[in-house]
Design a protein around this ligand. Sequence first.
Ligand SMILES: Cc1cc2nc3c(=O)[nH]c(=O)nc-3n(C[C@H](O)[C@H](O)[C@H](O)COP(=O)(O)OP(=O)(O)OC[C@H]3O[C@@H](n4cnc5c(N)ncnc54)[C@H](O)[C@@H]3O)c2cc1C
Length: 321
Amino acid sequence: MIVVLAETRNAELHPGSLEAIAAAQALSPDRLILALTGMPGGTIPTDVGSLDVHDVVRLEHELLAGNPTDGVVTALGAWLNEVSPDLVLTAHTYAARDIVPRLAARLKRPLVTDCTALRVTDGHAVFTRLLFQGKLAAEVTLDGPVPHLATLQAGSFRGDTARRRSDPPPIHRIPAAISSDDVRHIADPPFRDAQQEIDLTRADRIVAVGRGIKDASQLSLIQKLAAALGAEIAASRPICDNGWLPMDRQVGSSGQTVTPALYVAVGISGAIQHVVGMKGARTIVAINKDPDAPIFEIADYGIVGDLFEVVPALIAALEQR
Ligand SMILES: Cc1cc2nc3c(=O)[nH]c(=O)nc-3n(C[C@H](O)[C@H](O)[C@H](O)COP(=O)(O)OP(=O)(O)OC[C@H]3O[C@@H](n4cnc5c(N)ncnc54)[C@H](O)[C@@H]3O)c2cc1C
């Protein structure tokens, strides 16, 4: 049995939770449970009703208003001890970083964090996680009694491949086993959502610009390409550090993680800190004058050339359609 701990954001399932469900489904567990926590009678996101999971469980208590970390850990800990799954998966979100290590300690079970891949070999889950800022990939298996816990790096699994079903899964609202002594935290509203003017995680097409653009005055070229493609604009870190584009346009390990259908990387070298934020894009097009630029290792289509020649030609071709 696999349990996916899900989060909601603005009454919708967090995109990372959908990715965790897709990862869990790919392992074909005999039973897959989606678990949520919150206030009694709280809304269950509508897209949960079409997910191909065996059950949806919502642990509920007045004290779980805003999902305070210690309350959620106590509620989930007690419930997981009862149902005893083999594996507990969740997205590596800010909330998960707070909750899941405490949960693993409470259950006295092993945890592997920020995994980029997951498979089962000889009945054992094998997790991949990056080390030394992405220079090495380690394969990790966990020992000892189950459940084993793992968090999954954003963008490593495709949420849009999560299987759906026509009849809704059964939803069980279960009173959470917590008391006021268990809850000393008060959860503030999520700071990230409030700060960001645009949510690149929802963009279907993205044109991202890097240091190859050379100067802020040249950005209009990228804006024209984005307009011709109906895409959002994103950037590598140096562009945002220079103040040429706002920080909420930055993609990468210290920016947003995006999974659009199309990601056009213009004058971006493909440093690992950038790539971790966009490698989940379905189709990656790279434009770079250096044929050895690392971005070409993950690009589906590569154009080796000067962006100041290639991009105007692309815009002209797109405008002729
Ligand atoms: C802790 C930490 C966190 C970081 N977080 C992030 C992050 O979140 N996001 C991020 O992006 N980076 C991040 N970085 C920085 C990262 O390591 C790289 O420095 C950065 O991604 C490089 O940006 P770039 O590709 O735009 O620039 P460069 O690496 O300088 O690459 C520019 C590319 O443009 C090409 N080019 C130049 N001129 C042209 C032309 N005329 N036509 C076509 N191509 C051209 C060059 O060949 C080159 O490949 C982080 C670094 C650290 C240490």
